[in-house]
Write a protein that binds this ligand. Structure first.
Ligand code: GLN
Length: 541
Protein backbone atom coordinates (compact mmCIF):
# COMPACT_ATOMS: atom_id res chain seq x y z
CA UNK A 1 0.00 0.00 0.00
CA UNK A 2 1.46 3.39 -0.95
CA UNK A 3 2.27 5.62 1.98
CA UNK A 4 -0.22 8.49 2.06
CA UNK A 5 1.76 10.70 4.31
CA UNK A 6 4.37 12.25 2.06
CA UNK A 7 3.75 15.62 3.73
CA UNK A 8 4.74 14.37 7.16
CA UNK A 9 1.49 15.13 8.85
CA UNK A 10 0.83 13.74 12.29
CA UNK A 11 -2.36 12.04 13.39
CA UNK A 12 -3.68 11.73 16.93
CA UNK A 13 -6.65 9.45 17.51
CA UNK A 14 -8.62 9.89 20.71
CA UNK A 15 -11.09 7.22 21.78
CA UNK A 16 -12.92 6.69 25.03
CA UNK A 17 -14.17 3.81 27.11
CA UNK A 18 -16.26 2.78 30.12
CA UNK A 19 -18.60 5.77 30.23
CA UNK A 20 -19.62 8.65 28.10
CA UNK A 21 -19.24 12.14 29.49
CA UNK A 22 -15.69 11.68 30.77
CA UNK A 23 -14.49 14.69 28.83
CA UNK A 24 -12.91 13.15 25.77
CA UNK A 25 -13.35 16.36 23.82
CA UNK A 26 -11.65 18.39 26.51
CA UNK A 27 -8.85 15.82 26.80
CA UNK A 28 -8.25 15.89 23.03
CA UNK A 29 -8.44 19.69 22.97
CA UNK A 30 -5.98 19.89 25.88
CA UNK A 31 -3.44 17.70 24.10
CA UNK A 32 -3.89 19.87 21.02
CA UNK A 33 -3.46 22.98 23.12
CA UNK A 34 -0.06 21.73 24.35
CA UNK A 35 1.00 21.05 20.77
CA UNK A 36 0.06 24.52 19.54
CA UNK A 37 2.78 25.94 21.79
CA UNK A 38 5.34 25.12 19.13
CA UNK A 39 3.27 27.02 16.55
CA UNK A 40 1.91 23.89 14.89
CA UNK A 41 -1.52 23.92 13.30
CA UNK A 42 -3.78 21.38 14.98
CA UNK A 43 -7.00 20.65 13.11
CA UNK A 44 -9.72 18.76 14.98
CA UNK A 45 -12.05 16.22 13.44
CA UNK A 46 -14.95 14.82 15.42
CA UNK A 47 -16.53 11.51 14.42
CA UNK A 48 -20.05 10.88 15.69
CA UNK A 49 -21.85 7.63 15.09
CA UNK A 50 -25.41 8.93 15.05
CA UNK A 51 -27.47 9.12 11.87
CA UNK A 52 -28.51 12.75 12.16
CA UNK A 53 -26.55 14.79 9.63
CA UNK A 54 -25.78 17.25 12.42
CA UNK A 55 -26.95 17.81 16.01
CA UNK A 56 -29.01 20.86 14.98
CA UNK A 57 -32.22 18.86 15.13
CA UNK A 58 -31.58 17.36 18.57
CA UNK A 59 -32.85 18.63 21.91
CA UNK A 60 -30.16 20.47 23.89
CA UNK A 61 -31.32 18.81 27.10
CA UNK A 62 -30.34 15.46 25.62
CA UNK A 63 -27.31 16.27 23.57
CA UNK A 64 -26.02 19.48 25.11
CA UNK A 65 -25.61 22.75 23.32
CA UNK A 66 -25.53 22.93 19.54
CA UNK A 67 -22.35 24.75 18.61
CA UNK A 68 -22.48 26.96 15.53
CA UNK A 69 -19.43 27.66 13.39
CA UNK A 70 -18.50 30.73 11.33
CA UNK A 71 -19.53 28.87 8.17
CA UNK A 72 -22.97 28.16 9.65
CA UNK A 73 -22.32 24.49 10.42
CA UNK A 74 -24.22 23.16 13.43
CA UNK A 75 -21.91 20.84 15.31
CA UNK A 76 -21.28 18.97 18.52
CA UNK A 77 -20.37 21.07 21.54
CA UNK A 78 -16.90 19.52 21.59
CA UNK A 79 -16.08 21.88 18.74
CA UNK A 80 -16.49 24.65 21.29
CA UNK A 81 -13.64 23.15 23.30
CA UNK A 82 -11.57 22.78 20.16
CA UNK A 83 -11.99 26.39 19.14
CA UNK A 84 -11.27 27.60 22.65
CA UNK A 85 -8.20 25.40 23.14
CA UNK A 86 -6.68 25.37 19.66
CA UNK A 87 -7.22 28.92 18.48
CA UNK A 88 -8.79 27.79 15.20
CA UNK A 89 -12.07 28.61 13.56
CA UNK A 90 -13.50 25.18 12.81
CA UNK A 91 -15.38 24.17 9.67
CA UNK A 92 -18.53 22.11 9.23
CA UNK A 93 -16.61 19.62 7.09
CA UNK A 94 -14.51 18.71 10.14
CA UNK A 95 -17.57 17.22 11.78
CA UNK A 96 -18.09 13.69 10.48
CA UNK A 97 -21.36 12.10 11.49
CA UNK A 98 -22.51 8.71 10.25
CA UNK A 99 -25.55 10.60 8.95
CA UNK A 100 -23.27 12.61 6.67
CA UNK A 101 -21.16 9.62 5.64
CA UNK A 102 -24.15 7.48 4.71
CA UNK A 103 -25.78 10.37 2.87
CA UNK A 104 -22.68 10.65 0.69
CA UNK A 105 -22.31 6.90 0.18
CA UNK A 106 -25.93 6.70 -0.98
CA UNK A 107 -25.44 9.61 -3.40
CA UNK A 108 -22.27 8.04 -4.78
CA UNK A 109 -23.99 4.71 -5.24
CA UNK A 110 -26.94 6.29 -7.09
CA UNK A 111 -24.55 8.30 -9.25
CA UNK A 112 -22.86 5.04 -10.27
CA UNK A 113 -19.50 5.64 -8.60
CA UNK A 114 -19.41 2.02 -7.46
CA UNK A 115 -20.90 0.54 -10.62
CA UNK A 116 -20.63 -3.24 -10.71
CA UNK A 117 -19.63 -3.47 -7.07
CA UNK A 118 -21.41 -4.50 -3.91
CA UNK A 119 -21.21 -1.41 -1.70
CA UNK A 120 -19.99 -2.49 1.72
CA UNK A 121 -19.17 -1.07 5.12
CA UNK A 122 -15.59 -2.21 4.62
CA UNK A 123 -13.98 -1.03 2.38
CA UNK A 124 -16.37 1.57 0.96
CA UNK A 125 -17.52 3.34 4.09
CA UNK A 126 -14.12 3.11 5.83
CA UNK A 127 -12.40 4.34 2.65
CA UNK A 128 -14.69 7.34 2.50
CA UNK A 129 -13.96 8.12 6.15
CA UNK A 130 -10.21 7.92 5.56
CA UNK A 131 -10.51 10.03 2.41
CA UNK A 132 -12.20 12.70 4.53
CA UNK A 133 -9.38 12.62 7.10
CA UNK A 134 -6.68 13.01 4.48
CA UNK A 135 -8.55 15.68 2.56
CA UNK A 136 -9.11 17.80 5.67
CA UNK A 137 -5.44 17.42 6.65
CA UNK A 138 -4.31 18.51 3.19
CA UNK A 139 -6.86 21.27 2.56
CA UNK A 140 -6.18 22.84 5.91
CA UNK A 141 -2.40 22.41 5.73
CA UNK A 142 -2.64 20.82 9.16
CA UNK A 143 0.50 19.79 10.98
CA UNK A 144 -1.53 17.58 13.26
CA UNK A 145 -4.97 16.10 12.66
CA UNK A 146 -6.67 15.46 15.99
CA UNK A 147 -9.38 12.85 15.43
CA UNK A 148 -11.85 12.28 18.24
CA UNK A 149 -14.13 9.27 18.04
CA UNK A 150 -17.39 10.07 19.80
CA UNK A 151 -19.10 7.64 22.18
CA UNK A 152 -17.34 4.73 23.84
CA UNK A 153 -15.47 1.83 22.28
CA UNK A 154 -17.85 -1.07 21.92
CA UNK A 155 -20.77 1.06 20.68
CA UNK A 156 -21.95 -0.47 17.43
CA UNK A 157 -22.42 2.90 15.77
CA UNK A 158 -18.78 3.93 16.06
CA UNK A 159 -17.17 0.72 14.81
CA UNK A 160 -16.50 2.01 11.30
CA UNK A 161 -14.76 5.14 12.52
CA UNK A 162 -12.57 3.00 14.78
CA UNK A 163 -11.78 0.62 11.93
CA UNK A 164 -10.81 3.53 9.67
CA UNK A 165 -8.56 4.87 12.43
CA UNK A 166 -6.94 1.46 12.79
CA UNK A 167 -6.28 1.26 9.06
CA UNK A 168 -4.55 4.62 8.76
CA UNK A 169 -1.60 3.57 10.91
CA UNK A 170 -0.23 1.51 8.04
CA UNK A 171 -0.89 4.25 5.56
CA UNK A 172 0.70 7.15 7.41
CA UNK A 173 3.43 5.19 9.18
CA UNK A 174 3.65 4.35 12.91
CA UNK A 175 5.97 7.31 13.57
CA UNK A 176 3.21 9.69 12.50
CA UNK A 177 0.30 8.42 14.53
CA UNK A 178 -0.52 8.27 18.21
CA UNK A 179 -3.52 6.59 19.81
CA UNK A 180 -4.92 8.01 23.04
CA UNK A 181 -7.56 6.20 25.05
CA UNK A 182 -9.52 7.85 27.84
CA UNK A 183 -11.00 5.65 30.54
CA UNK A 184 -12.48 5.89 33.99
CA UNK A 185 -10.80 4.95 37.26
CA UNK A 186 -13.40 4.72 40.02
CA UNK A 187 -12.62 5.02 43.71
CA UNK A 188 -15.55 3.21 45.34
CA UNK A 189 -16.50 4.66 48.72
CA UNK A 190 -16.45 1.29 50.45
CA UNK A 191 -12.86 0.41 49.54
CA UNK A 192 -11.20 3.83 49.07
CA UNK A 193 -8.98 2.37 46.42
CA UNK A 194 -8.42 3.31 42.78
CA UNK A 195 -9.76 0.50 40.62
CA UNK A 196 -8.22 -0.49 37.30
CA UNK A 197 -10.68 -3.12 36.08
CA UNK A 198 -12.87 -0.84 33.95
CA UNK A 199 -9.71 0.46 32.27
CA UNK A 200 -8.42 -3.04 31.62
CA UNK A 201 -11.72 -4.07 30.07
CA UNK A 202 -12.03 -0.98 27.99
CA UNK A 203 -8.46 -1.22 26.70
CA UNK A 204 -9.12 -4.89 25.89
CA UNK A 205 -11.98 -3.71 23.65
CA UNK A 206 -9.73 -1.26 21.82
CA UNK A 207 -7.01 -3.87 21.33
CA UNK A 208 -9.59 -6.36 20.05
CA UNK A 209 -10.15 -3.82 17.30
CA UNK A 210 -6.48 -3.76 16.43
CA UNK A 211 -5.56 -0.52 18.16
CA UNK A 212 -2.78 -0.37 20.78
CA UNK A 213 -3.07 2.81 22.81
CA UNK A 214 0.12 4.85 23.16
CA UNK A 215 -1.34 6.91 25.99
CA UNK A 216 -4.01 5.95 28.49
CA UNK A 217 -5.68 8.78 30.36
CA UNK A 218 -7.44 7.62 33.51
CA UNK A 219 -10.18 10.02 34.52
CA UNK A 220 -10.37 9.93 38.27
CA UNK A 221 -11.38 12.09 41.19
CA UNK A 222 -7.78 11.92 42.42
CA UNK A 223 -4.34 11.72 40.88
CA UNK A 224 -3.59 8.14 39.86
CA UNK A 225 -1.16 6.58 42.32
CA UNK A 226 1.93 4.71 41.22
CA UNK A 227 0.36 1.35 42.11
CA UNK A 228 -2.50 1.73 39.71
CA UNK A 229 -0.30 3.16 36.98
CA UNK A 230 1.85 0.05 37.28
CA UNK A 231 -1.17 -2.23 37.16
CA UNK A 232 -2.61 -0.51 34.09
CA UNK A 233 0.82 -0.64 32.49
CA UNK A 234 1.08 -4.42 33.01
CA UNK A 235 -2.45 -5.30 31.99
CA UNK A 236 -2.69 -2.94 29.07
CA UNK A 237 0.77 -3.40 27.56
CA UNK A 238 1.79 0.24 27.91
CA UNK A 239 4.66 2.01 29.64
CA UNK A 240 3.89 3.25 33.12
CA UNK A 241 4.80 6.82 32.26
CA UNK A 242 2.26 6.77 29.44
CA UNK A 243 -0.55 6.34 31.96
CA UNK A 244 -1.72 9.88 32.64
CA UNK A 245 -4.01 11.11 35.41
CA UNK A 246 -7.09 12.85 34.15
CA UNK A 247 -7.84 14.18 37.58
CA UNK A 248 -11.03 16.16 38.19
CA UNK A 249 -10.31 19.89 38.29
CA UNK A 250 -12.61 22.83 38.86
CA UNK A 251 -11.90 24.32 35.45
CA UNK A 252 -11.21 22.65 32.12
CA UNK A 253 -8.55 25.29 31.40
CA UNK A 254 -6.32 23.66 33.99
CA UNK A 255 -6.25 20.33 32.15
CA UNK A 256 -3.34 21.17 29.84
CA UNK A 257 -1.41 22.01 33.02
CA UNK A 258 -2.42 18.72 34.65
CA UNK A 259 -1.42 16.66 31.60
CA UNK A 260 1.87 18.50 31.38
CA UNK A 261 2.70 17.85 34.99
CA UNK A 262 1.88 14.18 34.47
CA UNK A 263 4.56 14.02 31.80
CA UNK A 264 2.44 13.85 28.65
CA UNK A 265 4.83 16.09 26.70
CA UNK A 266 7.57 13.44 26.84
CA UNK A 267 5.22 10.79 25.51
CA UNK A 268 4.06 13.05 22.68
CA UNK A 269 7.72 13.68 21.82
CA UNK A 270 8.54 9.97 21.88
CA UNK A 271 5.60 9.04 19.69
CA UNK A 272 5.43 11.88 17.22
CA UNK A 273 8.74 13.70 17.59
CA UNK A 274 7.07 17.03 18.32
CA UNK A 275 7.64 19.39 21.21
CA UNK A 276 4.72 20.51 23.33
CA UNK A 277 3.97 22.34 26.56
CA UNK A 278 1.76 24.86 28.34
CA UNK A 279 1.76 28.34 26.82
CA UNK A 280 2.80 31.11 29.24
CA UNK A 281 -0.33 33.23 28.75
CA UNK A 282 -2.53 30.22 29.25
CA UNK A 283 -0.78 29.33 32.48
CA UNK A 284 -1.13 32.85 33.77
CA UNK A 285 -4.85 32.92 33.09
CA UNK A 286 -5.35 29.46 34.60
CA UNK A 287 -3.51 30.66 37.72
CA UNK A 288 -5.77 33.70 37.89
CA UNK A 289 -8.70 31.36 38.43
CA UNK A 290 -7.17 30.44 41.77
CA UNK A 291 -6.38 34.01 42.75
CA UNK A 292 -9.66 35.80 42.32
CA UNK A 293 -10.72 38.70 44.49
CA UNK A 294 -14.39 39.18 45.19
CA UNK A 295 -17.30 37.33 43.72
CA UNK A 296 -20.27 38.04 41.50
CA UNK A 297 -23.31 35.86 40.95
CA UNK A 298 -24.86 35.68 37.51
CA UNK A 299 -28.23 34.05 36.90
CA UNK A 300 -28.86 32.22 33.65
CA UNK A 301 -32.62 32.38 33.22
CA UNK A 302 -33.73 29.80 30.72
CA UNK A 303 -35.65 26.61 30.21
CA UNK A 304 -32.91 24.06 29.59
CA UNK A 305 -31.51 24.54 33.08
CA UNK A 306 -31.62 20.85 34.02
CA UNK A 307 -28.61 20.06 31.88
CA UNK A 308 -25.75 22.51 32.30
CA UNK A 309 -24.32 21.38 28.97
CA UNK A 310 -27.24 23.12 27.27
CA UNK A 311 -25.55 26.41 28.08
CA UNK A 312 -21.96 25.16 27.89
CA UNK A 313 -20.47 28.04 25.93
CA UNK A 314 -22.14 30.66 28.12
CA UNK A 315 -20.63 29.01 31.19
CA UNK A 316 -17.25 29.01 29.46
CA UNK A 317 -17.58 32.67 28.48
CA UNK A 318 -18.17 33.51 32.14
CA UNK A 319 -15.07 31.53 33.10
CA UNK A 320 -13.12 33.58 30.55
CA UNK A 321 -14.33 36.75 32.28
CA UNK A 322 -13.42 35.31 35.66
CA UNK A 323 -9.82 34.60 34.57
CA UNK A 324 -9.37 37.96 32.87
CA UNK A 325 -11.06 40.11 35.50
CA UNK A 326 -9.72 37.99 38.38
CA UNK A 327 -13.12 37.73 39.99
CA UNK A 328 -14.99 34.61 41.00
CA UNK A 329 -18.13 34.20 38.90
CA UNK A 330 -20.82 32.01 40.45
CA UNK A 331 -23.68 30.89 38.27
CA UNK A 332 -27.23 30.23 39.32
CA UNK A 333 -29.63 28.54 36.94
CA UNK A 334 -33.16 29.90 37.11
CA UNK A 335 -35.88 27.90 35.42
CA UNK A 336 -38.18 30.54 33.88
CA UNK A 337 -41.08 28.13 33.47
CA UNK A 338 -41.71 28.73 37.18
CA UNK A 339 -41.78 32.55 37.04
CA UNK A 340 -45.30 33.94 36.83
CA UNK A 341 -45.06 37.64 37.71
CA UNK A 342 -42.77 40.52 38.51
CA UNK A 343 -42.77 39.76 42.22
CA UNK A 344 -41.67 36.20 41.68
CA UNK A 345 -38.98 37.43 39.32
CA UNK A 346 -37.77 39.84 41.98
CA UNK A 347 -37.64 37.25 44.71
CA UNK A 348 -35.77 34.78 42.48
CA UNK A 349 -33.23 37.46 41.63
CA UNK A 350 -32.45 38.26 45.25
CA UNK A 351 -28.69 38.08 45.75
CA UNK A 352 -28.08 38.02 42.01
CA UNK A 353 -25.67 40.60 40.55
CA UNK A 354 -26.37 40.11 36.87
CA UNK A 355 -28.71 38.25 34.55
CA UNK A 356 -28.34 36.41 31.25
CA UNK A 357 -31.40 35.39 29.29
CA UNK A 358 -30.00 32.89 26.82
CA UNK A 359 -31.22 31.60 23.46
CA UNK A 360 -34.13 29.23 23.16
CA UNK A 361 -37.08 28.07 21.12
CA UNK A 362 -40.83 27.72 21.59
CA UNK A 363 -43.21 28.96 24.24
CA UNK A 364 -42.29 27.16 27.46
CA UNK A 365 -40.78 29.59 29.92
CA UNK A 366 -40.95 32.70 27.75
CA UNK A 367 -43.43 34.70 29.81
CA UNK A 368 -41.19 34.04 32.81
CA UNK A 369 -38.25 35.40 30.83
CA UNK A 370 -40.24 38.53 30.01
CA UNK A 371 -40.94 39.03 33.74
CA UNK A 372 -37.26 38.61 34.56
CA UNK A 373 -36.24 41.12 31.89
CA UNK A 374 -38.91 43.56 33.09
CA UNK A 375 -37.50 43.34 36.60
CA UNK A 376 -33.90 43.83 35.40
CA UNK A 377 -34.83 46.85 33.30
CA UNK A 378 -36.72 48.58 36.10
CA UNK A 379 -34.34 47.72 38.92
CA UNK A 380 -31.02 48.38 37.21
CA UNK A 381 -29.90 44.74 37.33
CA UNK A 382 -27.09 44.27 34.76
CA UNK A 383 -28.61 42.30 31.90
CA UNK A 384 -27.44 40.50 28.78
CA UNK A 385 -29.96 39.02 26.36
CA UNK A 386 -28.79 36.45 23.86
CA UNK A 387 -30.80 35.74 20.71
CA UNK A 388 -34.21 34.80 22.14
CA UNK A 389 -33.05 36.99 25.03
CA UNK A 390 -32.87 39.99 22.68
CA UNK A 391 -36.22 39.15 21.13
CA UNK A 392 -37.90 38.92 24.52
CA UNK A 393 -36.22 42.12 25.71
CA UNK A 394 -37.83 43.81 22.70
CA UNK A 395 -41.18 42.19 23.52
CA UNK A 396 -40.92 43.46 27.10
CA UNK A 397 -39.93 46.97 25.97
CA UNK A 398 -42.78 47.04 23.44
CA UNK A 399 -45.35 45.97 26.01
CA UNK A 400 -44.24 48.02 28.99
CA UNK A 401 -42.51 51.09 27.52
CA UNK A 402 -44.13 51.51 24.10
CA UNK A 403 -47.47 50.45 25.55
CA UNK A 404 -48.15 48.02 22.73
CA UNK A 405 -50.59 45.71 24.51
CA UNK A 406 -50.16 42.03 23.72
CA UNK A 407 -46.92 42.59 21.79
CA UNK A 408 -45.14 39.30 21.23
CA UNK A 409 -43.22 37.07 18.87
CA UNK A 410 -45.08 35.22 16.14
CA UNK A 411 -43.01 32.15 17.05
CA UNK A 412 -45.33 31.59 20.01
CA UNK A 413 -48.24 33.98 19.37
CA UNK A 414 -49.03 33.91 15.66
CA UNK A 415 -52.14 36.04 16.23
CA UNK A 416 -50.49 38.78 18.35
CA UNK A 417 -51.81 42.30 17.62
CA UNK A 418 -48.21 43.58 17.69
CA UNK A 419 -45.77 41.13 16.09
CA UNK A 420 -42.65 43.00 17.21
CA UNK A 421 -40.69 39.82 16.56
CA UNK A 422 -41.53 38.10 13.32
CA UNK A 423 -40.13 35.42 11.07
CA UNK A 424 -37.45 36.46 8.59
CA UNK A 425 -39.06 36.92 5.16
CA UNK A 426 -36.67 34.40 3.55
CA UNK A 427 -37.59 31.85 6.23
CA UNK A 428 -41.29 31.88 5.38
CA UNK A 429 -40.99 29.49 2.46
CA UNK A 430 -38.70 27.01 4.19
CA UNK A 431 -40.28 23.79 5.44
CA UNK A 432 -37.24 21.61 6.22
CA UNK A 433 -36.03 21.98 9.81
CA UNK A 434 -32.41 20.78 9.52
CA UNK A 435 -29.74 23.41 8.81
CA UNK A 436 -32.21 26.00 7.56
CA UNK A 437 -32.07 28.79 10.14
CA UNK A 438 -30.07 31.97 9.70
CA UNK A 439 -26.80 30.33 10.64
CA UNK A 440 -23.19 31.37 10.96
CA UNK A 441 -21.22 34.58 11.24
CA UNK A 442 -22.73 37.87 10.07
CA UNK A 443 -21.45 41.42 10.44
CA UNK A 444 -23.24 44.21 12.28
CA UNK A 445 -22.55 47.83 11.54
CA UNK A 446 -22.03 49.48 14.91
CA UNK A 447 -23.50 52.74 16.14
CA UNK A 448 -20.69 54.96 17.26
CA UNK A 449 -20.72 56.13 20.84
CA UNK A 450 -22.82 53.24 22.17
CA UNK A 451 -21.79 51.00 25.03
CA UNK A 452 -21.77 47.93 22.78
CA UNK A 453 -19.61 49.73 20.20
CA UNK A 454 -17.12 50.54 22.94
CA UNK A 455 -17.09 46.98 24.23
CA UNK A 456 -16.36 45.72 20.72
CA UNK A 457 -13.25 47.90 20.63
CA UNK A 458 -14.87 50.86 18.80
CA UNK A 459 -14.70 48.92 15.54
CA UNK A 460 -17.01 49.81 12.68
CA UNK A 461 -18.22 46.22 12.43
CA UNK A 462 -18.72 43.37 14.86
CA UNK A 463 -19.09 39.77 13.72
CA UNK A 464 -21.00 37.25 15.75
CA UNK A 465 -22.50 33.88 14.92
CA UNK A 466 -26.23 33.36 14.54
CA UNK A 467 -28.82 30.63 14.87
CA UNK A 468 -32.39 31.84 14.58
CA UNK A 469 -35.44 32.24 12.36
CA UNK A 470 -37.07 35.32 13.90
CA UNK A 471 -36.08 38.98 13.95
CA UNK A 472 -37.12 42.36 15.28
CA UNK A 473 -39.91 43.35 12.88
CA UNK A 474 -38.74 46.41 10.82
CA UNK A 475 -42.27 47.82 11.03
CA UNK A 476 -41.71 48.44 14.74
CA UNK A 477 -38.18 49.87 14.55
CA UNK A 478 -39.44 53.44 14.69
CA UNK A 479 -41.76 52.86 17.65
CA UNK A 480 -38.98 51.24 19.67
CA UNK A 481 -36.43 53.93 18.82
CA UNK A 482 -38.85 56.72 19.70
CA UNK A 483 -39.25 55.32 23.18
CA UNK A 484 -35.51 55.28 23.71
CA UNK A 485 -34.32 51.79 22.80
CA UNK A 486 -30.90 52.05 21.15
CA UNK A 487 -30.01 49.89 18.17
CA UNK A 488 -26.28 49.57 18.80
CA UNK A 489 -25.67 47.45 15.72
CA UNK A 490 -27.65 46.70 12.56
CA UNK A 491 -27.09 44.40 9.59
CA UNK A 492 -25.30 46.27 6.78
CA UNK A 493 -28.62 46.81 4.94
CA UNK A 494 -30.07 48.34 8.10
CA UNK A 495 -32.96 45.88 8.22
CA UNK A 496 -31.94 43.51 11.00
CA UNK A 497 -31.35 44.55 14.58
CA UNK A 498 -28.21 42.80 15.79
CA UNK A 499 -27.50 44.62 19.07
CA UNK A 500 -29.59 46.74 21.41
CA UNK A 501 -28.97 48.63 24.62
CA UNK A 502 -30.63 51.10 26.95
CA UNK A 503 -29.22 54.62 27.36
CA UNK A 504 -26.60 55.05 30.08
CA UNK A 505 -28.88 57.41 32.01
CA UNK A 506 -31.59 54.76 32.18
CA UNK A 507 -29.56 51.67 32.96
CA UNK A 508 -26.00 50.84 33.83
CA UNK A 509 -25.77 47.71 31.73
CA UNK A 510 -28.66 46.51 29.63
CA UNK A 511 -27.51 44.96 26.35
CA UNK A 512 -28.73 42.21 24.06
CA UNK A 513 -27.75 40.67 20.78
CA UNK A 514 -29.42 38.61 18.09
CA UNK A 515 -26.14 36.70 17.78
CA UNK A 516 -24.51 34.17 20.09
CA UNK A 517 -21.42 35.93 21.43
CA UNK A 518 -20.68 32.99 23.73
CA UNK A 519 -19.54 30.97 20.72
CA UNK A 520 -16.59 33.20 19.96
CA UNK A 521 -15.56 33.95 23.52
CA UNK A 522 -12.03 32.75 24.26
CA UNK A 523 -10.02 32.15 27.42
CA UNK A 524 -7.50 34.71 26.18
CA UNK A 525 -10.19 37.12 24.90
CA UNK A 526 -13.61 36.97 26.55
CA UNK A 527 -16.72 37.81 24.53
CA UNK A 528 -17.17 41.61 24.84
CA UNK A 529 -20.76 41.53 26.08
CA UNK A 530 -19.97 38.97 28.80
CA UNK A 531 -16.95 41.00 29.82
CA UNK A 532 -19.12 44.09 30.00
CA UNK A 533 -21.72 42.27 32.07
CA UNK A 534 -19.32 40.87 34.64
CA UNK A 535 -17.47 44.18 34.85
CA UNK A 536 -20.75 46.00 35.48
CA UNK A 537 -21.51 43.53 38.27
CA UNK A 538 -18.07 44.02 39.83
CA UNK A 539 -18.38 47.79 39.68
CA UNK A 540 -21.77 47.59 41.33
CA UNK A 541 -20.15 46.02 44.38
N1 GLN B 1 -36.41 31.01 18.72
C1 GLN B 1 -35.78 32.20 18.26
C2 GLN B 1 -35.62 32.21 16.76
O1 GLN B 1 -35.68 31.19 16.13
C3 GLN B 1 -34.44 32.39 18.93
C4 GLN B 1 -33.44 31.35 18.60
C5 GLN B 1 -32.28 31.32 19.54
O2 GLN B 1 -32.34 31.86 20.62
N2 GLN B 1 -31.21 30.67 19.14
O3 GLN B 1 -35.40 33.25 16.17
Amino acid sequence: MPRRNDMKKKFIIVSGGVLSGLGKGVAAASIGNLITKAGLKVVPVKCDGYLNVDPGTMNPTEHGEVFVLDDGGEVDMDFGHYERFLGVSCKFSWSLTMGKIYEEIRLKERRGDYLGKTVQLIPHVTDLIKEKFYKIAEDEKADVLMIEIGGTVGDIENELFIEACRQIKKEVGPENIMYVHLTYVPVPDNVHEQKSKPTQQSVALVRERGIEPDIIIGRCKELLDSGIKKKISIFCGIEEKAVISGVDVDSVYKIPLVFSKEGINDIIKENLGIASGVKDDWKKLADNLDHTEGKVTIAICGKYTKLEDSYASILEALKHCSANLKVKVCVKMIETTDVNNLEEAGSLLRGIDGVIVPGGFGSRGIEGKVQIIHYCREHGVPFLGICYGLQLAVVEFARNVCDLKGASTTETHPGTPHPVIDILPEQKKITDKGGTMRLGAYPAVMKEGTLVWMLYGKEKEAWERHRHRYEVNPEYHQALLEKGLIFSGLSPDGKLVEFIELPKEKHKYFTATQGHPELKSRFEKPGPLFYGLVKACVEKE
